[in-house]
Design a protein around this ligand. Structure first.
Ligand code: SF4
Ligand code: SF4
Length: 79
């Protein structure tokens, strides 16, 4: 066994962590600003501004889709 293979064996494997950001679509034309989604979201992703839902911080969304299920107007899509 040559020195080269010893070095290769000792080489640390680099593990790349891919953080996928979720995509939240809100149909603001249909949103009545009821705030149900913002209250139900466990990660405080959503907020209501001027009687319409908007995304406060998509990076903390865990794609649980609680907001999608609770919206009475079907205006949220989470991918
Ligand atoms: S999918 Fe879950 S975490 Fe993301 S915005 Fe909706 S309720 Fe919040
Ligand atoms: S639950 Fe639906 S209608 Fe109510 S604020 Fe959220 S997106 Fe708008």
């Amino acid at each position: 066994m040559g020195l080269g293979s010893l070095f290769r064996r000792g080489k640390k494997e680099s593990k790349e962590e891919v953080v996928e950001q979720c995509h939240i679509d809100i149909n603001t034309d249909e949103c009545g600003g009821c705030e149900k989604c913002a209250i139900a979201c466990p990660n405080n992703v959503l907020q209501i501004i001027d009687d319409a839902c908007s995304v406060r911080d998509a990076q903390v969304c865990k794609t649980c889709r609680v907001c999608v299920a609770i919206c009475p107007n079907d205006c949220i899509t989470v991918n």
